[in-house]
Ligand binder design. Structure first.
Ligand SMILES: Nc1ncnc2c1ncn2[C@@H]1O[C@H](COP(=O)(O)OP(=O)(O)O)[C@@H](O)[C@H]1O
Ligand SMILES: [Mg+2]
Length: 432
C-alpha cells in the first residue's frame, strides 16, 4: 500500500465547525488559522474521529444549535472515501472500485499517534525513547548493554575504592633498607658465644695452672735456704719447675680474651631486626595486593569502554528516522539535546519523524497549536516536511499569510456564502 494522505475533507456541524471544506497540500504544512474559539481544533478533532474510530468521537460531537447531525467526508490520496453521517454518525468506507470497508481498513494506514500527537509529546522521556527503540528494533539489546555497562561501572567503582585503600595502606607501611632479606635466627650467635666462652674457660684454666707453679717456685725458693742438704735435689726440682714455669708462662703470656659484647648486642637487637624484616615483607605483600586490584580496575575500564562502543555501534547500525536523533541512557537525544532542552520546533520534528516511522503507510500528521513556532521556524519545518514527503495539517492562532485557510465562527473565511448555498441545494434536493 502506498503512503496515505488526505486529499480532501468536508466537515459540517462537528463541535464548533459549521461548515469547512479543505484540500490540504499533499506535501508540507497546511495551516488552519483563525482567532481563538473559531473551530480550528474542531477540524482536527473531526479528522481524528473520521479516521481513528469511535474512541476519538468528541463528547459533544454535534454542533450545538445545529438541527442536523454531524457530517464528515474525507477523500484519501488512493481514492478511498471515508464518511460519517446520519443520526448515529455511522462510518462508511468506500474504495475507488465501490467496495465497502470499515475501520479495519482505515487502521492499516492510520497511525494512532499521528492523529493524537500530544499523546506522544506528553509521554515520559523514557516512553518516547522506548517508542523510538521499538520502531528501530534494538530496544532489548540496547537496554541489555546499558544494564551491563551500569553493572560493570559499579563493580569498577567498588574495586577502585579497594585499590585506593590498598595502595594507601601499602604506602603507609614502614620500610628499612638496611634490614636483612630474611628473618634472623639467634641460635648461630648463641653457638658462637658458647664457643668463645668455652675457649675463655680453657684460658682461665691455663692461667690458674701458671699461678700454681708460681706458688710452688716461691715455696721451694724459701725452702732452699733451710733445706741445704736437699739443695741439689731441690735445685733439680727447681730447674724442672723453672722449665715448667717458662713453658706455662710462655703459653699464658700472649693470651687475649675475645669480646662477646658484639654478639650480646646482636642477640639483644634480633627482635628489632626481625620486626623490620616482617614490616618489609608486609609492605611487599601490600604492594602486590594493591597492584592486583589496580590491574582488576584497569581490566574493568577496558570492558566498560567495549560495552560503550558496542552500544554506540548498535545505535549507529540502526536505521534512525531522523539524522541526529538517538537514544542515550534511555532518553531521546536530538542534536545533543534531550527532550526538555529541545526547541518547540525540534520537538515537533522529532515527534513527527518517529510517528511517521511507526507506520510508514501513514503519510499525514495532525498538529495542534503551532503558534509556538515563529514564522522562520514554521518555514523550516514546512520545508522539512516537504522534503520528507509528509503531509501535516496544523492549527495556529493567526490570520496571517502563512495560513492556508482561516476559520471564523465555524466557517472557512470567504466560504460562508458557498456553504449556505450548498446547504440550500441539499435542502431542496432533500425536499424534492
Ligand atoms: N458541540 C459544540 N457545539 C458548539 N460549540 C462547541 C461545541 N464543542 C465545543 N464548542 C466550543 O468551541 C470552542 C472551541 O472550539 P475549537 O475548535 O477548540 O476552537 P479553536 O481551536 O479555534 O480555538 C469553545 O468555545 C467551545 O465552547
Ligand atoms: Mg484550538
Amino acid at each position: 500500500m502506498e503512503t496515505m494522505k488526505i486529499n480532501k475533507l468536508e466537515i459540517e456541524n462537528v463541535k464548533r465547525v459549521k461548515a469547512v471544506k479543505l484540500e490540504p497540500m499533499a506535501n508540507g504544512l497546511t495551516i488552519i488559522g483563525g482567532d481563538n474559539n473559531q473551530g480550528k481544533t474542531s477540524v482536527l478533532d473531526s479528522i481524528a474521529w473520521a479516521l481513528g474510530g469511535d474512541r476519538y468521537r468528541p463528547s459533544g460531537a454535534q454542533r450545538e444549535g445545529s438541527v442536523v447531525p454531524p457530517t464528515l467526508h474525507i477523500v484519501m490520496s488512493n481514492g478511498l472515501v471515508v464518511e460519517r453521517k446520519g443520526k448515529n454518525s455511522d462510518l462508511k468506507v468506500t474504495d475507488p472500485t465501490g467496495k465497502k470497508g470499515g475501520q479495519q481498513l482505515l487502521n492499516e494506514f492510520v497511525e494512532q499517534l499521528a492523529i493524537d500527537l500530544p499523546k506522544f509529546m506528553e509521554s515520559s522521556s523514557q516512553d518516547k525513547a522506548k517508542t523510538l527503540l521499538r520502531i528501530i528494533g534494538i530496544g532489548d539489546r540496547l537496554s541489555e548493554l546499558e544494564r551491563k555497562e551500569k553493572e560493570l561501572y559499579s563493580r569498577r567503582l567498588a574495586i577502585g575504592q579497594i585499590a585506593d585503600q590498598k595502595a594507601k595502606f601499602a604506602k603507609e607501611q614502614p620500610y628499612y633498607p638496611d634490614a636483612p632479606k630474611d628473618i634472623v635466627s639467634p641460635m648461630e650467635l648463641i653457638r658462637q658465644q658458647q664457643e668463645i666462652l668455652a675457649r675463655n674457660g680453657e684460658n682461665q684454666r691455663k692461667r690458674d695452672k701458671a699461678d700454681r707453679y708460681r706458688q710452688s717456685v716461691a715455696l721451694l725458693s724459701r725452702e732452699v735456704g733451710s733445706l741445704q742438704e736437699q739443695l741439689s735435689k731441690k735445685r733439680k726440682e727447681l730447674e724442672d719447675a723453672q722449665l715448667d714455669l717458662d713453658t706455662a708462662a710462655m703459653e699464658a703470656q700472649d693470651l687475649q680474651d675475645a669480646s662477646t659484647a658484639e654478639l650480646e648486642a646482636g642477640i639483644a637487637n634480633i627482635d628489632e631486626v626481625n620486626r623490620k624484616v616482617r614490616a618489609n615483607l608486609d609492605k611487599d605483600k601490600a604492594e602486590e595486593d594493591a597492584l592486583a586490584y589496580k590491574n582488576q580496575y584497569d581490566g574493568l575500564t577496558t570492558e566498560i569502554s567495549q560495552v560503550r562502543k558496542d552500544r554506540t555501534d548498535l545505535l549507529q547500525s540502526a536505521e534512525l528516522p531522523l539524522p541526529g536523533l538517538s537514544v542515550d541512557e534511555g532518553e531521546l537525544v536530538y542534536n545533543g539535546q534531550k527532550w526538555d532542552c529541545m526547541s518547540g520546533s525540534d520537538r515537533l520534528k522529532v515527534a513527527t519523524a518517529i510517528v511517521r516511522k511507526l507506520n510508514p503507510k501513514c503519510g499525514f500528521v495532525l498538529l495542534d497549536k503551532l503558534e509556538q513556532m515563529d514564522l522562520q521556524t514554521l518555514r523550516e519545518f514546512g520545508a522539512w516536511l516537504e522534503q520528507e514527503g509528509l503531509q501535516a495539517i496544523a492549527t495556529r492562532v493567526s490570520t496571517g499569510d502563512e495560513c492556508s485557510i482561516v476559520i471564523s465562527d465555524g466557517y472557512v473565511a470567504g466560504q460562508e456564502h458557498a456553504a449556505m448555498e450548498d446547504r440550500k441545494t441539499e435542502w431542496k434536493a432533500g425536499e424534492f
